[in-house]
Design a protein around this ligand. Structure first.
Ligand SMILES: CC(C)(COP(=O)(O)OP(=O)(O)OC[C@H]1O[C@@H](n2cnc3c(N)ncnc32)[C@H](O)[C@@H]1OP(=O)(O)O)[C@@H](O)C(=O)NCCC(=O)NCCS
Length: 218
């Protein structure tokens, strides 16, 4: 599913649950040794997906440790992103010659719990989501907005090393085109000598999952 929303030069792997063959390197296992079984399972399968994707890219598929603010530490010459939610785990990797940064996020295609939309969406985003829920039914637009914001953050953080609050990006969806734009209200990001005031994203909703990506091209 994820390959439908990332650039052709990226490599991906995904799983619809935990895989018995997935294993961790000892230094990765230390990162989740006190975690609950569900967290260990999704971490392990997502690391397994990441190694499959790295192998397809021709990159070393060793231990992927966790860096600053939880960001995965990719091997030299690789950018990538990891996501997991109930029933889905995925990783995407690419070469910096093609992609400066990428973020992916999966969520169950269910309405957000009461009050969450108001906490994560700007007033105009809330209005747009409520309209889309009526005019384009069949998509959990509130959950999709949440996922898209998390994808924005996962692409933003490796470029800026700064946290980004939910109200610091304004998202606008193209419901027919499967795309969205994020206006960066916290200030621009810089990539490859360019100053970026917006990020471009893609989305899909299928098989009970909403999936979003943000790619900053090289
Ligand atoms: C980090 C965050 C985005 C993760 O999203 P999530 O839906 O909870 O979880 P997902 O399973 O989709 O993603 C988790 C993965 O994201 C990756 N990740 C975590 N922190 C990250 C960071 N700072 N930068 C890039 N990737 C990060 C990790 O690979 C993590 O998995 P792992 O711990 O198994 O390695 C979220 O917990 C968070 O902190 N959000 C607040 C910031 C935000 O989203 N702002 C919105 C700006 S518009």
């Amino acid at each position: 599913m994820i390959e439908r929303i990332v650039p052709a030069e990226a490599e991906t792997a995904e799983a619809y649950g935990d895989l018995p063959e997935a294993t961790l390197f000892p230094e990765e296992a230390l990162l989740v040794k006190s975690a609950v079984a569900q967290r260990r399972g999704e971490f392990t399968t997502a690391r397994h997906c990441a190694r499959q994707a790295l192998t397809r890219l021709g990159a070393p598929a060793g231990a992927i440790l966790t860096g600053e603010r939880g960001a995965p530490m990719w091997p030299e010459g690789v950018v990538g992103s990891i996501t997991h939610c109930v029933g889905y785990r995925a990783a995407v990797v690419a070469r910096p010659a093609h992609v400066a940064a990428i973020g992916v996020d999966a969520e169950p295609a269910l309405p957000l719990p009461e009050g969450v939309l108001e906490a994560v969406a700007l007033p105009d985003e809330q209005i747009a989501v409520k309209e889309l829920l009526v005019t384009v039914p069949g998509v959990a637009w509130d959950r999709l907005l949440f996922s898209a914001k998390e994808s924005v953050y996962k692409a933003w953080f490796p470029l800026t090393r700064r946290f980004l609050e939910f109200e610091e990006a304004r998202l606008v969806f193209d419901p027919a085109g499967g795309t969205f734009t994020a206006q960066l209200l916290a200030g621009p990001a810089r990539a490859g000598g360019r100053t970026l005031h917006t990020f471009d994203g893609r989305w899909l909703s299928d098989d009970g999952i909403v999936l979003t990506s943000v790619t900053v091209p090289a």
